[in-house]
Design a protein around this ligand. Structure first.
Ligand SMILES: Cc1ncc(COP(=O)(O)O)c(C=O)c1O
Length: 446
């Protein structure tokens, strides 16, 4: 299967399969992303760049995190060593266990031995996929899904993301459990053995939590078929009240449930990271918490030297996790800023008559721009996305999340006001132009 024309050009099929997108549409999606990613607006270094509202990046309290890291960084020679090994220092694992105990309210005791550290939530998915599936096996993920799950599952482990369609069923409701079961049967019948279900809980890109009945149902389903449940809970602290959702439901981790009632607890693995709640995507540190499966953690640790977090990243996160007074100040303020930013964005959307899904958690909003598509197709969505990019704003298109409907876009509202405002104005301008071209009648507000 390997491709080579001369000795120096040999590349394994395994690696090559990551370079060649499986279909022309995927390469078109990559083309927009790469165009925008490399030309992002920055008020100082690239003032003429494209305003990025496509990345799940909470930018609202970056300076406060920067200040905390800078004033607590005083490293020692120990930080120049391999420390306690590739799966994280004992101190950091203990601090993560404490944080999880406080925030996730687990029904069982969580200690440092249940935690393995790596360089981000994405790496945690990658390592778990590697440990839980053989190449060619499948992991079920509901549509639409966080776009990074595709490479996280597939690029190295060669496990397949098997997508779950829902039709008219609400993907975060109990009813959706049946859709997972149907997809599992279909996949097993096609020879792709399902090894796990992967959730982004709360839901990315919808920005809302799953119903508790869904979580219980999905645990029961995993128990029925003896498959693992990976719950990626990176947005645990990113919930906020708003006029749309004045009292958002509290964050509910799968660890909150009395697992033994629903599932063999050895099947349950949770992911957390610094990236989202601590506004620090670039620091690259996260963890797997597996309260009952030492064997999976051992297998995880055996590959963790390739995904180990830097001692400097460990130190930065440890300082934040251990600083309870900082957290007491930081999280309410983060929430307040998210509320402000969400209200600003949604009132803009309402003023311009742009339908959106109400969000209460994460840092983004799922828009419905289907009426601006010249036809109901992914091609038309790509065309609209290019118009936005050329108009100076990057918004993530539904097709990249494997959305079942055309015309959905995800916009990150947790963005500094000036940048957010500029991005929204550019988006509105593009939509106005498209509306004029297509003779759309609903242009009030422009
Ligand atoms: C649900 C989810 N998981 C994982 C990640 C990636 O996290 P990290 O930067 O820690 O790898 C993201 C980033 O958008 C995400 O939304």
């Amino acid at each position: 299967m390997a491709t080579h024309t001369s000795a120096g050009e040999f590349i394994s099929y395994r690696a090559l399969s990551n370079l060649n997108p499986p279909d022309p549409q995927t390469s078109k999606l990559h083309a927009i992303r790469s165009h925008c990613f490399h030309n992002q607006y920055d008020p100082i270094s690239n003032p003429n760049g494209i305003v990025a509202l496509a990345i799940a990046e909470n930018k609202l309290m970056r300076q406060d995190i920067v200040d905390h890291v800078n004033s607590n960084m005083n490293i020692t020679p120990w930080h120049l060593t391999y420390g306690h090994g590739p799966a994280g220092s004992i101190e950091l694992r203990r601090a993560i266990a404490e944080f999880v105990t406080e925030v996730f309210k687990p029904s069982m005791a969580i200690g440092e031995s249940h935690v393995a550290v790596c360089n981000g939530a994405g790496s945690a998915v990658d390592n778990l996929s590697f440990c839980l599936g053989e190449p060619g096996d499948g992991i079920l993920v509901g549509r639409p899904l966080y776009v990074g799950f595709f490479p996280d599952i597939e690029a190295r482990a060669k496990v397949r993301p098997v997508l779950v369609p829902f039709g008219d069923i609400n993907p975060t409701s109990e009813e959706a459990v049946g859709s997972y079961e149907a997809a599992l049967h279909k996949s097993n019948a096609a020879g792709v053995k399902i090894r796990a279900i992967l959730l982004s809980s709360p839901h990315n890109p919808f920005g809302r939590p799953y119903d508790n009945d869904f979580l219980i149902g999905i645990m029961r389903l995993c128990a029925k078929y003896n498959i693992h449940l990976i719950s990626d809970e990176v947005y645990a602290k990113s919930h906020f009240p708003s006029n749309d959702v004045p009292a958002p439901p509290p964050f509910v981790s799968v660890l909150f449930f009395d697992l033994e009632k629903y599932i063999d607890p050895t099947l349950v693995h949770v992911i957390y990271a610094m990236s989202k709640d601590f506004c620090a995507n670039g620091v690259r540190i996260g963890a797997v918490i597996s309260p009952s499966n030492g064997r999976v953690l051992k297998a995880f640790r055996a590959v963790a030297s390739f995904t180990r977090a830097s001692q400097l990243a460990e130190h930065a996160w440890l300082n934040l996790l251990n600083d309870k007074p900082f957290q007491k100040w930081y999280f309410p303020l983060l929430q307040q800023k998210m509320t402000d930013s969400y209200e600003f964005t949604t009132s803009y959307l309402r003023k311009h008559n742009i339908p959106y899904n109400k969000a209460s958690v994460t840092s983004f909003i799922w828009l419905d721009l289907s009426r601006y598509l010249k036809e109901d197709s992914v091609e038309a969505e790509i065309e609209l996305n290019w118009k936005m990019a050329h108009g100076g704003v990057w918004v993530a298109m539904g097709a990249s999340f494997a959305s079942e409907r055309n015309g959905n876009f995800r916009i990150t509202f947790a963005t500094p006001r000036e940048e957010l405002s500029m991005g929204l104005d550019r988006l509105a301008k593009v939509l106005q132009e498209v509306g004029e071209e297509t003779g759309l009648s609903e242009l009030q507000g422009f």
